[in-house]
Design a protein around this ligand. Structure first.
Ligand SMILES: [Zn+2]
Length: 122
């Protein structure tokens, strides 16, 4: 078992992936265009206001939301171009929400970052 650092799928909330199946938890892409598609697919409006570096570090999507043809030949890896399209349990976010997307981490926003707990690993 992993210690304090846990990963969880932002779409279905799964944390412990079955060992046997195509166990993939993919982190959000740093590429702004692809990250936008992932945020859109997640349906979580709050993510629009999170810097993409933060999303990349702390948010994941599990393999069950990617079409089988997205995976490599072994079925255990996703190329960086993959976008979640399956079993999305929230409606896609509207493009209107992405007017200011993507945000980036800025050092002078340290105060804001400190006060906001997005995830609880150290
Ligand atoms: Zn999932």
């Amino acid at each position: 078992m992993e210690s304090c650092r846990y990963r969880k799928c932002v779409i279905c909330g799964i944390r412990n992936l079955p060992k046997s199946s195509t166990a993939v938890l993919a982190s959000f892409p740093l590429d702004p265009d692809r990250c936008r598609l992932w945020v859109k697919a997640s349906g979580i409006e709050d993510f629009v206001h999170v810097p993409i570096e933060k999303l990349h570090q702390s948010k994941y999507v599990c393999g069950s939301h990617f079409a089988p043809e997205c995976f490599n030949s072994k079925g255990n890896r996703l190329p960086s171009s993959a976008v979640p399209t399956l079993r999305l349990n929230r409606p896609l976010l509207s493009d209107d929400l992405f007017a200011e997307f993507p945000l980036h981490v800025k050092s002078n926003h340290a105060k804001f970052e400190k006060g906001k707990i997005l995830c609880n690993f150290m």
